[in-house]
Ligand binder design. Sequence first.
Ligand SMILES: [Zn+2]
Length: 128
Amino acid sequence: MICKSCSAQIPDNAAVCPYCQTHYAPQAPQAPQAPQAPQGQCGFSNAAPANFLPLAIFTTVCCCVPLGIVSIIKANKANELASKGDFAGAAAAASEAKMWAIIGIIGGFIVGIISFVINFAAGIASEL
Ligand SMILES: [Zn+2]
């Protein structure tokens, strides 16, 4: 850059002009801020939450329909909010979708075991 005081050619990141000792300290932090802004936006868009819709559909089909439907609604809400740029709301909805899907899978698993035990006991009882 060109020194404002003495018009000498000095390094772009110089804090002090080597010729006239004019200080450029306030400019030093400003220079790296310009490229940081797009990087921050890029990282922000990467913060879009994972899509739990497939997991929600799996829960609905394989495990527990009511909890799976709740999970699908939350996952759709997360995708909708993410498309609007509301990543904080989308992340919250996505975590709810994940929670309901997992509850549905665990609940479906437990119900499956209970129904197996009941059927097994009923089978033994019918043989007695
Ligand atoms: Zn100078």
